[in-house]
Design a protein around this ligand. Structure first.
Ligand code: ZN
Length: 306
């Protein structure tokens, strides 16, 4: 990893910064033990000054579980803040905000190049993520960064999905806050200039990690009963989706059969006012082409005679 031109080895960081990073990761596992396994799966990547000017103050992630660190920012923050952003980014990754993003990449990348909708999407995802993290952390007497986003900060009710917050913000006349956190491609799937392209986890490993985290959350909620409700709902939905795949498959097969049948199943339909009687007007349902006369007399040319 350290061979990448934008990456420094963690061992090259000052001792104090290494201690802050280690303490921050431990803070996160202690503050939210139901996410500890996922937090420790994040791969810290220390970037160099060559991406200076980019906003890495929220310790952004890519979709493969790399967590990017600006050494200048790490030197200025507390272990608690480092820990909070680890939990926050894990929330983005587990909830697959990158896949859920409704926006196409503009290709501009970077904090300065993000479009306004991309920043609203980041805000909406932050509200969904922090909504389940912050009340629990505050109840434990732990501090959270002032830049964290709660649904109330968007004048929205708690407990909604990012898609809902995003849609409602897009319909509002509110202005974007002066500084919107950039949580990386882990929140929208759009590459950033500081990302290395070296995957920390494969897509399969991401899925297995998510399933394992969900299992641990449900076990913890049964044994200790102190897991936030939003995380319990996420875990339940992931492991026991309300969408029955058997039902979905059967429905897809039925749709496929209907389309295939429609290609050859010409049925009589009502003719237009003043047109031929219904028995002489036929319709091909999938393509809505109409034919006159008897099916036995149809030729390719007849198909245009609607
Ligand atoms: Zn975020």
């Amino acid at each position: 990893m350290s061979s990448h031109p934008n990456v420094r080895a963690i061992q090259d960081l000052p001792v104090a910064s290494r201690a802050t990073l280690a303490a921050g990761r431990l803070w996160a596992t202690s503050a939210a033990p139901y996410l500890a396994h996922a937090v420790l799966a994040l791969r810290p990547v220390v970037v160099t000054e060559s991406v200076a000017g980019s906003d890495l103050s929220s310790f952004p992630v890519d979709r493969t579980w790399n967590l990017y660190i600006d050494p200048e920012i790490l030197a200025q923050v507390s272990p608690a803040e480092v820990g909070f952003w680890h939990l926050h980014q894990v929330a983005h990754l587990l909830r697959r905000h990158d896949r859920r993003c409704p926006l196409a990449s503009t290709g501009s990348g970077g904090a300065a190049g993000r479009t306004e909708p991309e920043q609203w999407w980041n805000q909406a995802c932050d509200a969904e993520a922090d909504d389940d993290l912050i009340p629990d952390l505050l109840a434990r007497g732990l501090a959270v960064p002032a830049r964290a986003v709660m649904p109330a900060d968007l004048a929205e009710p708690a407990g909604q999905l990012a898609e809902t917050y995003f849609r409602r913000q897009a319909q509002s006349v509110r202005d974007l806050p002066a500084q919107v956190a950039d949580c990386g491609s882990g929140v929208d799937g759009h590459p950033r200039p500081w990302e290395t392209g070296s995957a920390a986890l494969s897509e399969l490993e991401c899925s297995l990690l998510s399933a394992d985290t969900a299992r641990r959350i449900l076990e913890g909620s049964r044994n200790r009963g102190d897991t936030p409700g939003g995380w319990q709902r996420w875990a339940t939905e992931l492991l026991n989706p309300t969408i029955d795949w058997r039902q979905q498959l059967a429905s897809a097969v039925r749709r496929g059969l209907a389309v295939a049948a429609g290609r050859v199943d010409y049925t009589a339909t009502t003719g237009p006012p003043g047109g031929p009687p219904p028995s002489q007007m036929w319709c091909c349902r999938p393509c809505a082409a109409r034919f006159r006369g008897s099916p036995s007399s149809w030729t390719p040319a007849a198909a245009s005679a609607t």
